[in-house]
Write a protein that binds this ligand. Structure first.
Ligand code: TYM
Length: 332
């Protein structure tokens, strides 16, 4: 009998972790440590579903691990590993693909969006991406999946796949549930689309002070406010949302009021936000640099994580094989 419920989540090693990832997911991951058994994964198999730079892959994984730990994922308190280090996930993906309706996969918003973005490469992996994601989650029998809003549809599908599997083969898996933060959908610098690397509208964790300043100064605010003395509307201003995410010691009610009465302009507001975001980024970057200076640190974390994750994965697969009437692993 399991003592503690598990949390599982993943992030793609696509080169740059940004404030959308942090606020929508990683911040939440860090807050769950100690309360649950927490397992976090760098999902390299998922990253292969779109064209990628093969030579950059290992570096991206390395950087993702450093960023995550610098943001608070203490590897003493959770398992951090790379998806492809636990190949059982591909075996479970196959099993689950036999209970997943094609129609459900073709309705996934992410599949539709990525098919448009990558017209020349609509591969089977892109289509069955949510099946692999379901396998990720349930291989560790996770009950909770902290994610941003864009991943909720995939977690809902995971619940349905689990229901179908359990109906057919017996009660093997718990139904996972998404966990959202206040920042479930962080908007990019354009204020109109979700912050996303593929849309080039991000603030990255490794932004320098100067690049942060440049990006925020160029960010879209309340577009109805044409002149400095026009009253602003913080309700529709994305910079105000950033302020809420990183309030620091600022009095947000005062800023809201002074924006509406035009006592402060967008530039004043932006200057404050730059400092608040920098107050968050600077120590994260310092911590990251310290970790990066220890040779072999990341590899050690990943080796240990893979061993822990693989043990759980093999136990689950033994159960799955028995439930599905397959042979026991002959060589274990
Ligand atoms: P990925 O790598 O795109 O993003 C990692 C996490 O960051 C969240 N996120 C955001 N949250 C709020 N606002 C934003 N602008 C924003 N941008 C990204 C994402 O929702 C996600 O939680 N398919 C997943 C990776 C994955 C996974 C899993 C997640 C693979 N297997 C199993 C959970 C469980 C993905 O592409 O995340």
């Amino acid at each position: 009998m399991k003592q503690q419920q598990s949390v599982f989540s993943g992030i793609q090693p696509t080169g740059e972790i940004h404030l959308g990832n942090y606020l929508g997911a990683i911040k939440n991951w860090a807050s769950l440590l100690g309360k649950y058994e927490c397992i976090f994964c760098i999902v390299d198999y998922h990253a292969m579903t779109i064209e990628y730079d093969v030579k950059a892959m290992q570096n991206n994984i390395h950087n993702a691990v450093l960023d995550n730990i610098a943001c608070g994922l203490d590897p003493e308190k959770c398992t951090i590993f790379v998806q492809s280090d636990v190949p059982e996930v591909t075996e479970l993906t196959w099993v689950l693909s036999t209970v997943t309706p094609m129609g459900d996969l073709s309705r996934m918003t992410q599949f539709k969006e990525k098919s448009k973005q990558h017209e020349q490469n609509i591969n089977v992996g892109l289509f069955s991406y949510p099946v692999l994601q379901t396998a990720d989650i349930i291989l560790y029998k996770a009950s909770w999946v902290p994610v941003g809003e864009d991943q909720v549809q995939h977690v809902e599908l995971a619940r349905e796949i689990v229901r179908d599997f359990n109906r057919r083969y017996g009660d093997v898996f718990p139904e996972p549930q998404a966990l959202l933060t206040q920042a479930r959908r962080v908007m990019g610098l354009d204020g109109k689309t979700k912050m996303s690397k593929s849309l080039s509208n991000t603030i990255a964790l490794n932004e320098t002070y100067d690049s942060l300043k440049k990006k925020i100064m160029g960010a879209i605010t309340d577009e109805d406010r044409k002149r400095r003395h026009d009253p602003g509307n913080p309700d529709i201003c994305n910079i105000m949302r950033y302020h809420e995410f990183f309030p620091g010691d600022d009095d947000l009610e005062k800023i809201d009021r002074e924006c509406r009465t035009a006592e402060i302009g967008c530039v004043d507001d932006k200057k404050m936000v730059i400092d608040r975001i920098w107050e968050f980024l600077e120590p994260v970057q310092q911590k990251r640099a310290e970790l990066a200076a220890t040779e072999g640190y990341v590899e050690g974390v990943l080796q240990e994580g893979a061993l822990r994750a693989r043990k759980i994965a093999q136990d689950t697969m033994a159960e799955v094989r028995e439930a599905c009437g397959l042979r026991k692993y002959p060589l274990r």
